[in-house]
Design a protein around this ligand. Structure first.
Ligand code: NAD
Length: 498
């Protein structure tokens, strides 16, 4: 059986006595193993990174960017292979898998312009003969810890910007779908990145703790579930590291009475159920304003759900595929039961779904709940599956408060034809990323991605200028270059002690 190894100093590297199963979510079988590393493998990666980073930092930004140009070309040339590999371990359909790679490439494109982003500031004449300027310098060796649900995009968010800024990087991808991250690192080498600048180590908590405790790792970016994000933030910052840690989500879609409901239903079908709901920017909660809007929406939602095709991830007609593991399938189904026990109305039940010929695959049919109430645990927590919950609100203010008061604050959307309502909503809602008639408001690469409240710990976001700030430290220089003396001698004398 295939074993996915670490990638250290430009080469595949074994190591770690434990292994983790990589499932094929379509068949329910184990398809490969991944080596789980320890502090020993991490140390090898840190040594390789420390050896390579000074020369990389000294390489001018334009030359660094040229590697990323070539990388973009190579990833595009390998898109089909990457999408197939990603889909086979994650379970998302091929079009979504290619989208995952493409969204990462968008950040790589941003990184191709990194010389512009790294320019510092300059004040001429801040005092008599005095100029002040700042420069952005790399941090040294940095690390990223990533979740299973975007195994291409999220690593590229992190290593793209970090490397372009002159750092060396150690990626610890999810142990559930680790093959694409390794392939992405191999392609970087092919693009001309010096060995040791991008390393991949696999592992679980043991490896994460080793990263958080390693003195030579200066910054850690984490994306995953909230409790672990919080833990990573606390332990990493206690150890004096710069940490950004993005967590879970429960994004709301507010539907005003004047919204185009056909458009909303179409958007919700993709945003709530696409990728089996395993997206941190999915829209699993819909808040219609007024009972009449809620009833109309529900009536239109039912045939749309009926039309959803659940299939193997290679089926070009499937809207979504299986969830990532058996354990995750059980977790989602348990949340559906919790919703029922709490008194929400289960209008469509996706449990017990079976795909002919793939009976052991991790498939879940779409589920719809109505009359979900804010106090319910199934509303408060992230389900991360193909489950849409309708929470009815009487008026705009109530809908706004629901999204604002929820413990998560990643994304939110409002559907309306009223510009004033949309403007008020965008200004007042207590959430980091807002869509106006846009169901999944993931910002483009040159803007920045990050949620509020328990969706994000730390204060700089991913990519865009926020990313550049996170992966660099700023140095400010105050300089004075006095005139030479009028008699041709140099009147300026460097002061000495004593
Ligand atoms: P996860 O928290 O289980 O795993 C994330 C990473 O943490 C993995 O690399 C994993 O190996 C590591 N890890 C797991 N258990 C750990 C432990 N006990 N101690 C230390 N490290 C540990 O997340 P997941 O299930 O892979 O991903 C789904 C979650 O990620 C969802 O909650 C989703 O909302 C969130 N997510 C958030 C964003 C965002 O930008 N806010 C984006 C994508 C996913």
């Amino acid at each position: 059986m295939r074993t996915v190894e670490h990638f250290i100093g430009g080469n595949a590297a074994g190591g770690g006595s434990r292994q983790h199963d990589i499932w094929d979510p379509n068949s329910g079988e184990v398809q490969a193993k991944v080596s789980l590393g320890t502090g020993d493998e991490l140390q090898k990666a840190v040594d390789a990174a420390l050896a390579a980073q000074p020369a990389w930092a000294a390489t001018n930004p334009q030359k660094r960017a040229r590697v990323l140009f070539e990388y973009k070309r190579l990833v595009e040339a390998n898109m089909d292979e990457l999408a197939a590999l990603l889909s086979s371990e994650h379970g998302k359909v091929l079009a979504d898998a290619a989208g995952d790679v493409q969204r990462g490439l968008d950040v790589i494109e941003f990184c191709c312009g990194i010389p512009h982003a790294l320019k510092g500031e300059y004040t001429q004449g801040a005092g008599p003969g005095i100029d002040v300027y700042s420069m952005r310098q790399p941090l040294g060796v940095c690390a990223g810890i990533t979740p299973f649900n975007f195994p291409a995009m999220i690593p590229m968010w992190m290593f793209g910007v970090s490397i372009a800024c002159g750092n060396a990087f150690i990626l610890k991808p999810s142990e559930r779908d680790p093959s694409v991250p390794v392939r992405l690192a191999e392609l970087m080498k092919e693009a001309g990145l010096p060995d040791g600048i991008l390393n991949v180590v696999h592992g679980d908590k043991q490896m994460v703790d080793a990263i958080l405790d390693h003195d030579d790792i200066k910054a850690v970016s984490f994306v995953g579930s909230t409790d672990i994000a919080h833990y990573v933030y606390q332990r990493g910052t206690e150890n004096g590291k710069r940490v950004q840690a993005m967590g879970g989500a429960k994004n709301h879609g507010i539907v005003m009475p004047d919204a185009d409901l056909d458009q909303v239903v179409n958007d919700l079908s993709g945003a709530a159920f696409g990728s089996a709901g395993e997206r941190c920017m999915a829209l699993p909660v819909v808040v219609p304003v007024g009972d009449e809007t809620a009833d109309r929406l529900r009536d239109k939602m039912l045939p749309a759900i009926d039309a959803l095709r659940v299939g193997v991830s290679t089926d070009p007609d499937a809207h979504y595929g299986p969830v990532v593991t058996k354990e995750h399938k059980e977790r989602v189904e348990n949340w559906i039961q919790t919703g029922v026990d709490e008194g929400a109305e289960l209008v469509v039940d996706g449990r017990g779904f079976s795909l002919q010929g793939h009976e052991n695959g991790f498939f879940i049919g779409p589920s719809l709940f109505d009359h979900v109430k804010p106090g319910m645990e199934s509303y408060r927590q992230e389900i991360f599956g193909p489950v849409l919950q309708i929470v009815r609100a009487k008026e705009f203010e109530e809908a706004l408060a629901l999204a604002s008061n929820h413990q998560y604050g990643n994304g939110v959307a409002i559907f309306t034809r009223n510009g004033h309502a949309a403007r008020e909503f965008a200004a007042r809602v207590n959430v980091g990323m807002v869509g106006i008639n846009v169901p999944i408001p993931v910002p483009v690469a040159y803007h920045t991605f990050g949620g509020w409240k328990r969706s994000g710990f730390g204060d700089t976001n991913q990519h865009g200028m926020e990313g550049v700030k996170f992966w660099t430290k700023i140095k400010t220089v105050t300089q004075r270059w006095p005139d030479g003396g009028g008699d041709g001698s140099n009147a300026f004398v460097i002061p000495t002690m004593g």
